[in-house]
Structure formats: structure tokens, C-alpha cells
Design a protein. Structure first.
Lengths: 104, 197
């Protein structure tokens, strides 16, 4: 029997990336500025985390033109949604494990 | 060694709890900002009161509820969707359509069956009450207070409309007041707490 911690996903076992996926889970997509403000990040920091998530196939990034402005939209992929659900389930399992009284 | 494990376990536990709480909070903020509850709520409510108004035919005084109320709801839905999009978060359009219309079909189907069976009162009050129950269940399931609130406010509106006969103007004002309450709640809830705070 493996320890629940073995199922933690290194890519999203990081609070900012987990926060990004959590926001995207409840919406069809969110734009760059919304994510930056909601998570209180700098542009550079958010870009870095989005790149990691995109490389892992957890988010899709699309740029649209609205008037003269470019808007960057981010959406969670099916893999991203699934990874978040697994991560949260693993964390909950971990909490249960830690809460169990030791037998020694 | 045991104490080290204890400290490690405690740290892990606290870390996991904070992470779960952060994820829950982020989801809550996004859900509120995407306006999903608001949109669905406005749509449900208008149809719920409409459903109450139409049994027993469609006299001219019921026109408001049949035509105007759904139009107001659709207007609110369009506004909320555009508002969310402008602020940078888009609700799922599929959910917006499937959830309200799924409940609507269920409610009207129930009302039709009750009418066919000749049950008294049930065809009139069954559909809106079923919708109200739908709100509350969905609200509880999604931990969405606005949706649960709408579930409670909806029967009050229905009671006002059905138990006390009012003219079309009063009905219109009541509907506007109802939308205003939801709108105020929506705007009030937008005074946001950020995910990181």
C-alpha cells in the first residue's frame, strides 16, 4: 500500500498553480488580468506559473483581439480539471492518514 | 524519531488544510464572479412565477408573467454574462442553458402529469415548489448561498402573487423589486475578498 503523498502531483502541488486551476474550474475561462488580481500576483509570476501549467497540458491559453487590445484567456483542460480533483482528494486522504492515532 | 514524525505529520496536516482551504476559497470567488448562480437564479425565478400564473388558461392579466418576466430574466442573464466577461471571467454557457432548462422541464413535466391526473392545487403550486426545491438542493450541493437564498425568496414572491390578487402594474413592480433584490445581492457580494487574502 503506497502512502497518499506518492499521488501528489508536483506540477500543481504549489499554491499559486493550484489556485489558478481552482479558479478555472468554476468558470469556462478567465483572462490574465482577472487571475493576476484574484491571486494577487505580478504579471511575471503569473506568466511563469501559466507556462508550467500549459507545458503540462493542464491549461490552454488563447489570445483574442478586442478592439485594439489583446486579451489573454486561460481555460483549464480536461486533464487539468482531473489533476486538480485528484490532488484535492489526495490531500484529503493525507489529512485522514495524519489524523489517525499511531499504533506504536 | 517519533517526535520528528509527529512534527512532520503536523506540518503536513496544516499545509494540506491550508491548501484545501485556498482551493475552496478560489473556487468560491470564481463562482461568484462568473455570475453563474445569479444568471440561473434570475432565469429560474421568472419562470417559476410564470408557471404559477398560467394554470387555468391565459387571461390578459397573466400576460406580464408569460412574456415580460422571462424577458426580464433573459435580459438579466445577458447583462450578467457580459458583466462577468468584461471583468475577465466567463461562465460556462452550456451550464447556464442546461441547468435552468433541465429544472424547468422537470417542473413543467410534473405540473402536466398532475393536471392530467386531475389532482387539485398540485398543477398550480407543484412546478414552482419543485423549482424551489431544485434551487435549495443545488445551492446546498454547490455551497452557493445566493442560490439557496433564491430558493427561499421564490415562494415568498409566489405567495404574494397568488394569494393576494394584484393588478398588472403591481405585478410588474413586484417583479422589478424581485430583480432589484437579486441585483443588490449580486453587487453586494462582488465587494470581493481576493483569493490570496
Amino acid at each position: 500500500m503506497t502512502h497518499p503523498a506518492a499521488h501528489l502531483d508536483d506540477t500543481i502541488h504549489q499554491r499559486v498553480r493550484l489556485g489558478i486551476l481552482a479558479v478555472l474550474l468554476e468558470s469556462r475561462r478567465a483572462d490574465f488580468a482577472y487571475l493576476r488580481d484574484a491571486l494577487e500576483l505580478t504579471d511575471g509570476n503569473l506568466s511563469q506559473h501559466l507556462r508550467i501549467l500549459e507545458e503540462s497540458g493542464y491549461v490552454e491559453i488563447a489570445k483574442t483581439f478586442e478592439g485594439k487590445k489583446t486579451r489573454t484567456w486561460v481555460a483549464a483542460t480536461r486533464a487539468g480539471r482531473s489533476a486538480l480533483a485528484t490532488e484535492l482528494a489526495t490531500l484529503r486522504a493525507l489529512l485522514k492518514q495524519v489524523a489517525k492515532p499511531s499504533r506504536s | 524519531m517519533q517526535s520528528t514524525l509527529g512534527i512532520s505529520g503536523g506540518y503536513m496536516s496544516a499545509d494540506a488544510q491550508v491548501t484545501i482551504q485556498l482551493a475552496d476559497h478560489a473556487r468560491h470567488v470564481a463562482k461568484r464572479d462568473a455570475g453563474l448562480a445569479w444568471l440561473a437564479t434570475a432565469l429560474y425565478s421568472a419562470f417559476a412565477v410564470t408557471a404559477v400564473a398560467i394554470p387555468g388558461g391565459m387571461p390578459p392579466s397573466k400576460f406580464f408573467w408569460v412574456i415580460a418576466a422571462p424577458l426580464v430574466a433573459f435580459g438579466a442573464m445577458f447583462w450578467a454574462y457580459s458583466d462577468g466577461r468584461q471583468r475577465g471571467v466567463e461562465a460556462s454557457r452550456l451550464t447556464l442553458v442546461t441547468v435552468p432548462f433541465g429544472l424547468l422541464t422537470l417542473a413543467f413535466g410534473f405540473g402536466t402529469v398532475a393536471l392530467f391526473l386531475g389532482l387539485p392545487i398540485v398543477p398550480q403550486y407543484g412546478p414552482p415548489l419543485l423549482m424551489t426545491a431544485g434551487y435549495i438542493v443545488l445551492g446546498l450541493r454547490q455551497r452557493d448561498q445566493l442560490m439557496m437564498g433564491a430558493g427561499i425568496v421564490s415562494p415568498i414572491t409566489i405567495a404574494l402573487v397568488t394569494l393576494r390578487p394584484v393588478d398588472e402594474l403591481s405585478q410588474g413592480l413586484l417583479c422589478l423589486a424581485y430583480v432589484a433584490i437579486l441585483l443588490t445581492a449580486r453587487i453586494g457580494w462582488r465587494l470581493t475578498t481576493r483569493v490570496a487574502s
